[in-house]
Design a protein around this ligand. Structure first.
Ligand code: SDX
Length: 458
């Protein structure tokens, strides 16, 4: 198979000309399509010639079998439960790295030297403060309002009031915004600016939890837990929110505008909002029908999750890509014990979560569909131990994911991808003449034209 390379910016892929043949049995023609050979993962069929060359579309609702472009940031093997950033396993990164280093890796594709990391941290720390309009918005925001919608509004206020052309500065600005929204929602008065002399996670925790005089005694166990949470949420290929960030970037929007789009998508309960929903489900198990043994209550929610007539889902379970274990859930499951022990927190919901996981692991409905705990199943218990409210969990997810959103959006920019504009398979009414309301009688539309009128091409 003759191979040649296709180059998009810094990304290269091996192209296998005419590897695939498609037979159109109606038009009696053979369509020849190239293969694209990734460095890891499944081969792609380049269907981009379908429309210009063969006047046809590819149909793939929710893009379940569609590669939206070249990327070198993150790789997931859903069958093996493997997640790598720039080739490094997530387990190695959470054991040995830190969020600023992983952020650098996502942006640049290589781990930094000590000097590069120091310079990068300094640049992020010194540019993490936000315009006064954002501060005023946060200080006046309704503390009872939905946190993720409030976060999206704060990021849009940043977009409206910044001329900062360095897209990666949004990573520090996001931590300042999220931390001060946490303060506001937990009843604190002062807005605390970023302190570039502190490490990223400690700076974030201090802004979020210091008293109104700025005093905060950093517990190393909490700082380590927050840094790991940010790493585990940093990037994850083309998930729904990253796809929307990239789509928005492809239209030429600013980074803050792109991040606001990502925040709104991430807030959905099927996506980043699941961590809060997991805690709500564990709370429900702990408080509803307590006259029944816990085992029975767990059996009941498992039965509801399997019932096709019930919209109930076992939150924190299942994944579009992982059909085996989500490595992030495994890291969190291992890590939650040490965090709770370090903080001397006894959270009964952890034992309940373990028993739910065990019950599902024995149930063919879950195992046959590859439904196992995902990143959201254990993360909330750790976030609770860090004194975050369940409604604030997804903001922490966003504070980590902003690293991946920014890196992926800049990759798209560098690769000069055209504006994202998918096609459709139209199934609506064919062309028909307008009928004045007086002629309509009891009908609200007219019959279709036998032959649609040719558009006037002049
Ligand atoms: C994140 O994409 C990413 O990478 C996302 C993310 C990231 O880092 O960005 O990993 C973060 O969003 C994690 C997912 C968090 N969401 C949840 O925990 C919500 C609960 N999970 C589900 O809603 C679901 O599993 C999804 C949304 C995560 C995945 O949905 P898919 O891929 O569209 O799978 P599906 O809905 O087609 O399910 C396949 C089958 C169906 O049953 P059948 O039609 O085969 O009979 O599995 C069933 C589903 O009904 N199913 C579940 C289930 N998840 C799937 N049944 C009960 N409970 C569940 N949680």
């Amino acid at each position: 198979m003759p191979e040649k390379n296709t180059q998009r910016g810094a990304n290269t892929v091996a192209r296998q000309p005419a590897r695939f043949k498609l037979i159109d049995t109606v038009r009696k023609e053979e369509i020849s399509l190239d293969g694209l050979q990734p460095t890891q993962g499944l081969t792609s069929i380049d269907v981009s010639p379908l429309r210009p060359t063969f006047q046809m579309n590819a149909f793939d609702p929710a893009y379940k079998s569609t590669s939206m472009g070249l990327s070198s940031k993150t790789f997931i093997d859903g069958e093996q439960g493997i997640l790598t950033h720039g080739g490094y396993r997530i387990e190695d990164l959470t054991d040995n790295s830190n969020f600023m280093e992983v952020t650098y890796l996502l942006r640049e594709g290589e781990l930094p030297t000590a000097t590069q990391l120091a310079d990068f941290k300094q640049d992020i720390g010194e540019n993490a403060n936000v315009p006064p309009e954002v501060r005023d918005y946060i200080k006046s925001s309704n503390p009872k309002a939905k946190p993720m919608a409030t976060l999206a509004a704060a990021v849009s206020t940043l977009a409206a009031n910044t001329n900062d052309e360095n897209p990666h500065h949004i990573i520090g600005q996001m931590s300042t915004i999220v931390a001060n929204l946490i303060r506001r929602q937990q009843g604190k008065e002062a807005f605390l600016p970023s302190n570039p002399d502190l490490d990223f996670a400690e700076n974030f925790l201090r802004m979020a939890f210091a008293d109104d005089n700025g005093h905060y005694d950093a517990n190393p166990a909490i700082v380590e837990a927050m840094d790991k949470l940010l790493i585990l949420h940093a990037d994850h290929e083309q998930n729904a929110s990253t796809t929307n960030v990239r789509n928005t970037r492809s239209a030429g929007s600013t980074m803050a505008e792109c991040i606001a789009a990502g925040v709104n998508t991430l807030s959905g309960p099927l996506h980043g909002g699941a961590n809060q929903a997991v805690l709500e489900q564990l709370e429900m198990l702990a408080t509803a029908d307590t006259f029944l043994p816990l085992e029975t209550r767990i059996e009941r929610i498992i039965a509801r999750a399997k019932d096709k007539d019930d919209d109930f889902r076992l939150m924190g379970f299942g994944h579009r890509v992982y059909k085996n274990r989500d490595p992030r859930a495994m890291v969190l499951k291992k890590f939650v014990d040490s965090v709770l022990a370090e903080l001397d927190v006894d959270d009964p919901r952890l034992e309940t979560a373990r028993r739910v996981e065990k019950a599902a692991a024995k149930d063919e409905y879950f195992t046959s569909r590859g439904l196992y705990p995902n990143v959201d199943f254990y993360s909330g218990i750790i976030m609770s131990a860090l004194e975050l409210e369940p409604r604030q969990f997804t903001m922490i997810f966003a504070a980590g994911r902003v690293a991946g959103w920014e890196a992926q959006a800049e990759e798209l920019n560098r690769d000069k991808m055209a504006i994202a504009r998918p096609r459709q398979t139209y199934v609506g009414p064919t062309e028909r003449p307008y009928i004045a309301i007086e002629q309509r009688g009891e009908h609200n539309g007219g019959p279709a034209l036998e032959e649609p009128k040719e558009l006037n091409q002049s």
